[in-house]
Design a protein around this ligand. Structure first.
Ligand SMILES: *Cc1c(COP(=O)(O)O)cnc(C)c1O
Length: 395
């Protein structure tokens, strides 16, 4: 059996998304900035895509800026809010300890440039407490950036409450919604979101394209200077096939949001029940307030990398930590942020299920993980010490 269970890293492009690209590579290949008809046709297509994308999050098309993906959108959002803040002498930013590196590394840069950053704790359940956010807001706070759903443990933050607090205090609220868009309902007006980042390859669109929503009135800072594309805020000839494909993928995902979520949630819970039968195992992040397809575990006495390789031999693609940090031996900053100790964080497994996951596949995953964990423990010196009572069990 072949099971792709790493949809948080990236997704397979849907047939709809692939087909939506083709006309813009073969026939309507004009430059949207050109005045002749084949260029204007491309421009009209872009306008349509912008409307479609905006509609899904209840934004105005003028508030959507196409980017090369989630990382670029995150960078531009943070740089823009920081510049707006700096002009008013406000140089304090609030975020959380388990954001994506596109946020955390940009915040590191801003700190070097004289900004002060407060990282809120995410607690054991992988959630921030809105009252703690409110208490952290100061006179000089210019930005709150909190992700909608975490890419490793899938926990969903109380975005509406956070938005309401930020609005009340007159602070710009950005959310990295890369894991959420196309999977959870999002309404930027109702949730008082000022800026939001999204990426096509996380909802069955192509890699290398995404968008930034920025509420009217928020002055954006360019990351890329050049031509007047994207109202002069993001130079470079638009990725027309990618954008058209993203819009089609997003429409398809949002048209089936409820049914996909119900299907995935039921099978995710079956997976969680099955894997928690393994002794000395734990689920990472709140059991309910998590993405429909995300399950993330720690197994004591084993090492995540070996687990992944053996699962790969059984045809299962999964991950330990995120794609960006696996390959390094550091334990995930997300698992450390929710209080897992180093040794336990090393034995983690993220399974992110697709919309087409079946019960049979979930049962195969459960069986395979059980076998592999038992096998790895059978010759693990760490496990031997635990069993001998030389070191205490943590889980
Ligand atoms: C994937 C991801 C990103 C980065 O998006 P890219 O399009 O790959 O640059 C940012 N934030 C989160 C939460 C993600 O999951």
């Amino acid at each position: 059996m072949k099971i792709y269970a790493d949809n948080a890293a990236t997704t397979r492009m849907s047939r709809t998304a692939i087909e939506a690209m083709i006309p813009y590579m073969e026939n309507v290949y004009g430059n949207p900035s050109s005045l002749y008809s084949i260029g204007q046709e491309a421009k009209e297509a872009l306008d349509q895509a912008r409307e479609q994308v905006a509609a899904v999050i209840n934004a105005d098309p003028k508030e959507i800026l196409f980017t090369s993906g989630g990382s670029e959108a995150d960078n531009q959002a943070l740089r823009s809010a920081a510049a707006i803040g700096a002009r008013k002498g406000k140089k304090h930013i609030i975020s959380s300890a388990f954001e994506h590196h596109a946020i955390l590394h940009t915040l590191n840069r801003l700190e070097k440039e004289g900004f002060e950053v407060t990282l809120l704790p995410v607690h054991e359940n992988g959630l921030i407490v809105p009252a703690e956010l409110e208490a952290a807001i100061r006179e000089d706070t210019c930005l709150v950036t909190i992700m909608t759903a975490n890419n490793e443990i899938g926990t969903i933050q109380p975005i509406g409450e956070i938005g309401e607090i930020c609005k009340r205090h007159g602070v710009i609220f950005h959310t990295d919604a890369v894991q959420a868009v196309g999977h959870l309902p999002i309404d930027v007006k109702e949730m008082n979101i000022d800026m939001l980042s999204a990426s096509a390859h996380k909802f069955h669109g192509p890699k290398g394209v995404g968008f930034l929503f920025a509420r009217k009135g928020i002055a954006l800072t360019n990351l890329i200077e050049g031509g007047a594309q994207e109202k002069g805020k993001r130079a470079g000839t638009e990725n027309v096939p990618g954008i058209m494909s993203m819009a089609a993928a997003l429409k398809e995902a949002s048209d089936h949001l409820g049914e996909n979520a119900a299907h995935q949630t039921a099978l995710r819970d079956r997976l969680i029940r099955g894997l928690l039968e393994i002794p000395h195992s734990a689920l990472n992040g709140d059991a309910q307030r998590r993405l429909p397809g995300n399950a993330n575990f720690c197994f004591e006495g084993i090492e995540g990398e070996s687990l992944l390789l053996l699962l790969d031999d059984k045809g299962i693609s999964a991950s330990s930590g995120s794609a960006c940090t696996s390959g390094s031996l550091d334990p995930s900053h997300v698992l450390l942020a929710i209080g897992r100790v180093h040794d336990v964080a090393h034995g983690s497994l993220r399974l992110s299920l697709g919309e087409d996951i079946t019960e049979e596949e979930v049962d195969y995953i459960i069986q395979s993980v059980k076998e592999v964990v038992e096998y790895l423990r059978s010759f693990s010196p760490v496990w031997r010490d635990l069993m001998a009572g030389k070191t205490p069990f943590i889980l």
